[in-house]
Design a protein around this ligand. Structure first.
Ligand code: NAP
Length: 248
């Protein structure tokens, strides 16, 4: 079967590493991005340079019309999606809960929670045997923050990842006998650009001493777990989590 993957937020960081590894494993890849077209096209170029197949599609995962357009574009160019990585995620400036306003909370929840639901909805509509689909796999990118809570930094972000953990369990059970597996990874402190959004680009260097392995993680170390959960080697895993946190 033609393997077609959509990686949301595939232009940078964990998503870009996942897109590249998926192409190495033979998937046709949709690299979704929000603003950074240059970075998304660089991922596509790297995949095509190795003989793979990829497209870059702009869509805000928190906007329903964008998500519909994203999946329709993939239908028309790569074929029916067989794997979805719900990776797009954001955080904002570090602050305590008593400083947070509704606009900030809604931005975080819209991308991290609503975006994940909307993309999962479109994937299930195409993959589920209930709708005539041939099955598929979904991996949600949660965070170790879901268990740690991120006090003093971004409890809102951590809570959004807690929601993703619950969604992973619920959706996995909802579609388990429809040919779809739904799992999640929980990365810890990974070297990507996301920490700059919190106002601390070098955050991993500060916090790594609290990690039992005494180091941050690389995006590729997360990508390999995502690709395993998507693969047939994980055929009896659903509603499951892999922590990539160096022991934290
Ligand atoms: P990153 O380097 O900041 O990259 C974020 C990616 O998401 C970019 O491709 C960005 O697109 C895209 N994106 C942001 N908002 C979007 C939206 N509304 N719609 C579509 N795409 C959107 O992030 P990362 O560190 O690789 O994080 C990836 C995932 O891992 C996130 O869910 C994050 O919460 C999770 N995670 C990260 C860490 C860590 O330490 N890095 C730890 C635990 C969990 P543009 O390039 O167009 O902006």
């Amino acid at each position: 079967m033609n393997q077609v993957i959509i990686v949301t937020g595939g232009s940078r960081g964990i998503g870009a590493a996942t897109a590249r590894l998926a192409a190495d494993r033979g998937y046709a890849v949709c690299v979704n991005y929000h603003h950074n077209q240059t970075a998304a096209e660089a991922v596509v170029d790297a995949i095509e340079g190795k003989g793979g197949r990829a497209i870059a599609v702009a869509a805000d995962v928190g906007v329903e019309a964008d998500v519909t357009h994203l999946f329709q574009t993939v239908d028309q160019t790569l074929g029916t999606v067989t794997a979805l990585v719900n990776n797009a995620g954001v955080l904002e400036q570090q602050m305590r809960v008593e400083q947070m306003n509704a606009a900030r909370l809604n931005r975080i929840f819209q991308t991290n929670i609503t975006g994940c639901f909307l993309c999962a909805r479109e994937a299930v509509r195409r993959m589920s045997t209930r709708h005539g689909g041939a099955g598929g796999a979904i991996v949600n990118v949660s965070s170790g923050a879901a268990k740690l809570g991120s006090p003093g930094e971004y409890v809102d972000y951590a809570a959004s990842k807690g929601a993703i953990d619950t969604m992973t369990i619920g959706l996995a059970r909802e579609v388990a006998d429809e040919g779809i597996r739904v799992n999640a990874v929980r990365p810890g402190f990974i070297y990507t650009d996301i920490h700059a959004s919190g106002g601390e680009p070098n955050r991993v260097e500060r916090v790594k001493e609290f990690v039992p392995m005494k180091r941050g993680g690389r995006p590729e170390e997360v990508a390999i777990a995502i690709l395993w959960l998507l693969s047939d080697e994980a055929s009896y895993s659903t509603g499951a989590f892999i922590d990539l946190t160096g022991g934290k």
